[in-house]
Write a protein that binds this ligand. Structure first.
Ligand SMILES: *Cc1c(COP(=O)(O)O)cnc(C)c1O
Ligand SMILES: [Zn+2]
Length: 443
């Protein structure tokens, strides 16, 4: 069909660059890049045909959700260069199911319909797989076709990016370097890249400090940059939006609430919905809520102050939502545009609110990671304020598996989390190994 995609300036400067080139900023204005598709070529297929094609592929077994949308993602990567773990096609759990794990949560919080997109139900346990399969596949293709010479693929990470990069890099046989803020990621997130054989550099700084270092390394040509400043990641992540619409029978929800740090994922959500709308696959955009932790809230502060141009950096404080402990978000300009296009708002959640939201969600049968807790807490605030209406259909994007955050869960139930009054704490009850004693307790 002659489909193609290139890197172009996000702000619209002239010039386009092949996806196989190691380029991360616009040479003219030094701003962010975007992947732009040949929309005229894509539009030769009608919205109805795209829906039918995507639905056919959804029912095929052993497929990848991301690559089932490959024409919209990276159409020129050959099949045999794709590095996949079968990412995507994650459950969208709805409170409309009488016995589902969202039902009681939705009732307690007063939602008409609440749905949770379970992006953590995936190979490395977070949505980062969606973007990483695209980035590593493009690099794999570029290296094999000798368009690119890569010594190592590298990222700064709050944990989940490094886990995903290390897994996909290992699968492709490409060397991986990850830069982590020392002592600030969960044990699981640290063990993942170590297990996959990545070179793990623990730096004495925060995420923003790691980001500065890896940007400079990539500018010097020493490593290929795998952070979401590289828009290849966004191309994969945007499939979440398409999947949400698809799982709702190609209807768009009223709201999507997404926990955000570096803001690449909220931008990806917009790109996915916008592309689906432009190609006639859906008829409108949902409203967007960017959900931040109060302790790492630069986007919230900028939005509150009425800023629609840039996001002043802050120093992010510790938060249980460690993957979004970011003070200087790289994708801020993309997220500003997303808010504008989607009638968006920014909300924040305190440590107590996010922990309480997780505990309530868990009591309802979910197993919410702290970032999902931030999103649920923010959705609750918007509902209480009436911004989200009682009959709105609301999708919360759950970004990671709760299983990665055992220390957080344990800390909650042992009442050891700072600034959190754990009202739903639940601890083991020591009893003698004696039937009568146990029976007496149960009575
Ligand atoms: C990376 C990450 C986020 C934030 O995504 P951004 O694109 O940085 O805004 C949220 N939750 C989890 C679990 C993550 O790993
Ligand atoms: Zn530019």
């Amino acid at each position: 069909m002659g489909l193609s995609a290139t890197f172009r300036c996000f702000r619209g400067c002239d010039g386009s660059y092949p996806l196989t080139q190691a380029i991360y900023r616009c040479p003219t204005c030094d701003g962010l890049l975007a992947v732009r598709h040949d929309m005229a070529a894509l539009a030769k297929t009608s919205g109805e045909e795209w829906r039918a094609r995507f639905d056919r592929r959804w029912s095929a077994t052993s497929a990848s959700g991301v690559w089932s949308k490959r024409e919209w993602v990276a159409p020129e990567v050959p099949e045999d260069a794709i590095v996949t773990t079968g990412e995507g096609m994650t459950p969208l759990v709805s409170s409309a199911r009488a016995a589902g794990p969202v039902r009681r949560l939705a009732t307690e919080l007063g939602f008409g319909e609440l749905l949770v997109k379970q992006c953590g139900t995936t190979h490395t346990g977070s949505f980062k797989d969606l973007g990483m399969t695209v980035l590593v596949s493009v690099v794999n293709h570029a290296v094999r076709s000798r368009a690119l010479d890569v010594r190592a693929i590298a990222c700064a990470s709050t944990g989940d990016t490094s886990a995903a990069l290390a897994a996909y890099g290992a699968a492709a046989g490409l060397p991986v370097v990850v830069l982590l803020p020392r002592g600030m990621v969960s044990v699981t997130q640290l063990v993942q890249p170590l297990s996959h054989g990545a070179r793990v550099l623990a730096l004495d700084t925060d995420f923003d400090g790691c980001m500065r270092v890896v940007r400079e390394l990539s500018a010097r040509g020493l490593v290929y940059l795998a952070n979401s400043m590289n828009p290849l990641r966004i191309e994969g992540q945007k499939t979440v939006a398409i999947e949400i619409a698809q799982q709702l029978g190609w209807e768009v929800p009223d709201w999507v609430v997404i926990p955000s740090g570096n803001l690449g994922n909220s931008a990806a959500l917009w790109e996915g919905f916008a592309m689906a709308k432009e190609l006639g696959v859906v008829d409108r955009l949902p409203r967007l809520c960017i959900a931040q932790a109060e302790n790492a809230n630069p986007m919230y502060l900028a939005f509150k102050a009425g800023r629609r141009d840039e996001v002043p950096a802050v120093v992010a404080k510790p938060t249980q939502a460690s993957a979004i402990r970011i003070g200087n978000p790289v994708s801020a300009p993309r997220a500003m545009a997303a808010l504008e296009a989607m009638g968006g708002v920014v909300e924040q959640a305190s440590e107590a609110e996010l922990a309480d939201a997780c505990a309530r969600a868990d009591r309802s049968g979910l197993y919410a990671d702290p970032h999902t807790g931030v999103a649920i807490a923010c959705a609750r605030t918007l509902r209480e304020r009436g911004t989200i209406r009682a009959d709105d259909r609301v999708v919360v994007v759950s970004t990671a598996s709760g299983l990665k955050f055992t220390e957080f869960k344990l800390g909650y139930h042992e009442r050891k989390l700072p600034d959190v009054d754990a009202t739903l704490a639940n601890t083991p009850i020591p009893l003698p190994a004696d039937v009568d004693e146990v029976a007496k307790h149960l009575a």
